[in-house]
Design a protein around this ligand. Structure first.
Ligand code: ZN
Length: 446
């Protein structure tokens, strides 16, 4: 979960560009991602390559051998933070910096290409979120909460300064202020899992991400305590109590002294492993068809779950208009069928989906992939089997705004069985707003 601060006012840039002609939408596909973005092909290809590079980095950092094919993550790049908030219908003073939507039908992320002068690099936001996705997808387990965030922060600073390398463990400079100026969470509480520990963390939540990063960095890259982090994590995964798991560190108070000295030393080693070009292979790159491009706004909006009936009806009306403009584009028809299904209008959904399927069969330029077809129809079948509800409420996948602690908790509870309840104090929020650089340090109460 990441958020940025101080982006309340709509930027002049966004206002100026709102009326200008839009660039072509592209889809670039790699082994683990489908990237959708407007803009030059080389830029979109670079987004895709960098995401694959980060996937590779996590693979080597975790020693993962086999990399089984999984559902690809759809990543939608929108122009700016303001554009993101517009499509998500977020309030102008919202702190949403991007959104990540885990789903059994394929996870998706929506991120801005530009950060509108905010303190947090959108690329770092995406890498942080993908680190969570990677952990859930490839290394599931009951990790301690501080490590989940510390690890994601370690990955978030990946950079590409020298051609053919990627950096691992560069200093999280966006955490500097919170580490230097906010109250220190005692290490035993930071890594503890009791209710009392959670209360301590909640009181000084502003320091939580920074300290989690610092501890993860020290145990991973400082080369002072080899093997201890692994032993500790294995103990936690085995279900050991805090006291038992901490035995991996020896004296926890001594570890705390070392970590604080590490922070004072201001020298954080990092690695720059080679990046084999083949790990960033592009499988395909194409301009979206006019019909597909026409529904991109609606497609992105429809990913957002909290849609009331009025918003749902609005999306359907717009999708119907596009479907009428592009009667032969199966993707447009299928999108409309999905919207009917989300509104639980089964007859219309079935009829539209059947027509889309029919259109997609005979080598049509609008042919949809077998995989897309499979999950979309599977979802429809699942829904049809259920007794239709009369509310007409959306049943789209859970959405996790990067800044929402309610969603953050839900995701952890669902997928990682983590137990820490995270909240914040209003005084801590005020401190953070003054500092303007602590990106993910606090989350509003749901
Ligand atoms: Zn996070």
């Amino acid at each position: 979960m990441l958020k940025i601060w101080g982006l309340g006012a709509a930027t002049l840039l966004a206002l100026c560009t709102a009326g200008t002609a839009r660039a072509e939408w592209r889809e670039v596909e790699t082994a683990h991602f489908r990237i959708y973005s407007e803009g030059k092909e080389k830029d979109v290809v670079q987004y895709a390559e960098r995401l694959e590079a980060v996937h590779y980095l996590m693979k080597i950092a975790t020693g993962m051998k086999d990399d089984k094919p999984v559902n690809k993550v759809d990543v939608y790049y929108v122009y700016s933070v303001d554009e993101l908030r517009r499509v998500l219908d977020a309030k102008p003073n919202s702190s949403v910096a991007g959104i990540y939507i885990p789903s059994i039908r394929g996870s998706a992320a929506i991120v801005p290409r530009n950060n509108d002068g905010g303190s947090l690099d959108p690329q770092a936001v995406l890498f942080h979120e993908y680190a969570h996705h990677f952990m859930l997808q490839y290394q599931p387990g009951a990790y301690p909460p501080w490590y989940v965030e510390g690890w994601a922060e370690l990955i978030s600073t990946a950079s590409f300064e020298r051609k053919g390398t990627i950096t691992f463990g560069k200093a999280a400079s966006h955490r500097q202020n919170e580490l230097e100026y906010l109250r220190w969470i005692p290490l035993r509480s930071l890594i503890g899992r009791s209710k009392e520990d959670r209360d301590v963390i909640n009181r000084d939540y502003g320091s939580y991400y920074g300290q989690s990063w610092l501890l993860a960095h020290y145990l991973t890259l400082a080369d002072k305590r080899p093997g201890q982090l692994r032993a500790y994590l294995l103990a936690v995964l085995r279900g050991a109590s805090d006291e038992e798991a901490w035995k991996a560190f020896g004296d926890v108070d001594e570890l705390e002294r070392e970590v604080r000295a590490y922070l004072r030393g201001r020298s954080f080693p990092y690695k720059a492993p080679p990046l084999p070009p083949e790990v960033m292979a592009i499988q395909s790159s194409r301009a979206l068809r006019p019909g597909e491009a026409a529904i991109m706004d609606e497609r992105i909006e429809a990913l957002h779950q909290r849609m009331d009936e009025k918003e749902r009806a609005d999306i359907i009306a717009r999708a119907e208009a596009e479907a009428a403009r592009f009667p032969d584009d199966a993707a447009v028809q299928l999108f409309l069928a999905e919207q009917y299904a989300d509104a639980e209008d089964w007859p219309k959904s079935a009829a539209t989906a059947a027509a889309a399927r029919w259109r997609s069969i005979p080598r049509s330029p609008a042919r949809i992939s077998r995989r897309d077809w499979h999950w979309r129809t599977a979802r429809r079948r699942t829904r049809t089997r259920r007794a239709p509800r009369s509310t007409g409420r959306s049943n789209s996948p859970r959405t996790i705004p990067l800044s929402s602690m309610a969603s953050s908790r839900a995701r952890r509870g669902l997928a990682m069985r983590l137990a820490v309840r995270l909240s914040t104090s209003s005084s801590a929020q005020a401190t953070s707003r003054r500092r303007m650089t602590a990106s993910a340090s606090r989350h509003p109460r749901p």
